[in-house]
Write a protein that binds this ligand. Structure first.
Ligand SMILES: Nc1nc2c(c(=O)[nH]1)N[C@H]1C(S)=C(S)[C@@H](COP(=O)(O)OP(=O)(O)OC[C@H]3O[C@@H](n4cnc5c(N)ncnc54)[C@H](O)[C@@H]3O)O[C@H]1N2
Ligand code: MOO
Length: 412
């Protein structure tokens, strides 16, 4: 038996483990150009720089009349309507002493300096377009959206490394970007090990359990925009595991497995990775999710072996694999952002590991605890809307403020 399978490495902190992962795994540096509409969730490889001002010209933010503030000495002034300017039309130069009928989004005629909304006016019938009685005082500049108030010409609106969400796609489109250059999707091979595993749809023979990690991990990978190569359950035999690793490495940038990373002797995953590449076994001081394997296969694909317990693999994926997947794409923000919230429960028993408790926001703005925090209880992760980050060796009474990581920051 190799040394790696018998010797237990020292506990390292989550921060150390993350630092090691992120300083080892480098961005793939591969990009592709896509229509802007197809780039949701992708990481920008090239910044989006605006060649235009947004909005391109001063325009009205109300339906009403454009005029010169100086032409309305007092409420009740009547001005002839000289032109009508709908959105999409450039009006004539504004003549002093007149008003222009204008609509939301229409360009302000040169020479006008204010807009009055139509609710504060009365149309007065007359020749041509008639007149308008202005029933309020007017300040120069009112109801005008200035050229470039959203984006200045030449500004970088989206930096390389930014992940494209709905608003970012809209912003790119607003500066006229029809295509975006984004990092190629990471290709991630996934398989589970364990002779106890069967698939939903198959009978549950004695001693067996259904493979849930395959579903959770595949969905988490899809949620991060990965191309998933799902190799299913690999029989716990050395040859089969080695063959699965070779097949995975031929196609993937990263290989994710669950199970077989703890101290047991039954498993062939560790010797298989060692035979096909290299492997480090880590013990991370977090709960759930202590054991983790990190290595490389065929000098081509990274390998991360997650613990088999369903909540442990869920939490370690969120905390350690997610940043790696973002890093492969050159993303600039890798870590989830938490914020301080009040725990509305007692936590009397400190653990030597930093704990990530499954909690849920209550209506009082505090957090409730799922009663069973076992790493085998996947119900806790469904019930929860976030994880509470409890420092190692820390117990507390209700009312304690602690960092809360929302699931939205961990899963997308
Ligand atoms: N003597 C020790 N035993 C264990 C230690 C330890 O330090 N010393 N660590 C415990 C911790 S913490 C964890 S976490 C687990 C991790 O174990 P493995 O990664 O080796 O996983 P397995 O033993 O293969 O499985 C653990 C558990 O999870 C179930 N499992 C596995 N795969 C799946 C799947 N795809 N879907 C659903 N459930 C799965 C498996 O049946 C086991 O119940 O080790 C502890 N032991
Ligand atoms: O890390 Mo294990 O995940 O505590 O069950």
């Amino acid at each position: 038996m190799s040394e790696a399978t018998t010797k237990r490495p020292a506990l390292q902190s989550l921060d150390e483990a993350l630092q090691r992962l992120l300083s080892t795994v480098q961005p793939l540096g591969l990009s592709e150009t896509l229509p802007t509409a197809d780039a949701l969730g992708r990481v920008l490889a090239e910044a989006v720089v605006s060649l235009i001002y947004v909005p391109p010209a001063d325009n009205s933010s109300m339906d009403g009349y454009a005029l010169r503030a100086a032409d309305v000495q007092a409420a009740g002034s009547v001005l002839p309507v000289a032109q009508r300017v709908p959105a999409g039309v450039v009006g004539a130069v504004h003549q002093a002493g007149t008003a222009a009928r204008i609509f939301t989004g229409a360009q302000i005629p040169i020479g006008a300096d204010a807009v009055i909304m139509q609710e504060q006016c009365e149309a007065v019938a007359g020749e041509g377009l008639g007149s308008v009685r202005v029933n309020a005082e007017v300040q120069a500049g009112q109801w005008i959206r200035r050229r470039g108030e959203d984006v200045e010409q030449g500004a970088t609106v989206l930096a390389a490394g930014c992940r494209l969400d709905a608003a970012a796609l809209g912003l790119a489109a607003s500066v006229g970007a029809a295509q975006l250059t984004v990092a190629r999707r990471p290709r991630v091979a996934l398989f589970s090990t364990g002779d106890e595993l069967v698939m939903p749809g198959e009978p549950l023979k004695p001693g067996a359990i259904y493979n849930s990690n395959r579903f959770t991990l595949r969905a988490m990978l899809q949620g991060l925009g990965c191309e998933v190569i799902d190799l299913g359950i690999v029989p716990d035999k050395l040859d089969a595991t080695r063959a699965a690793l070779r097949e995975a490495a031929a196609q993937a940038d990263l290989i994710i497995t669950s199970g077989g990373v703890s101290v047991g002797e039954e498993d062939h995953l560790r010797p298989a990775v060692q035979a096909e590449g290299s492997l480090d076994l880590w013990q991370i001081a977090i709960k759930p999710g202590k054991p983790l394997a990190f290595g490389r296969v065929a000098d081509k694909a990274w390998f991360i072996g997650l613990p088999g317990n369903p909540v442990s693999s869920f939490v370690t994926f969120a905390l350690l694999v997610r940043p790696v997947i973002l890093r492969l794409q050159g993303a600039s923000k890798l870590q989830p952002r938490g914020f301080m919230l009040r725990a509305d429960f007692d936590w009397p028993k400190a653990d030597r590991r930093r704990e990530f408790l499954r909690v849920r926001l209550n209506e009082a703005g505090g957090l409730d605890l799922f009663p069973n925090q076992s790493s085998g209880v996947l119900t806790s992760a469904v019930w929860a809307d976030g994880l509470l980050d409890v420092p190692a060796g820390h117990c507390f009474q209700r009312g304690q403020m602690l960092p809360y990581l929302p699931m939205s920051e961990l899963l997308t």
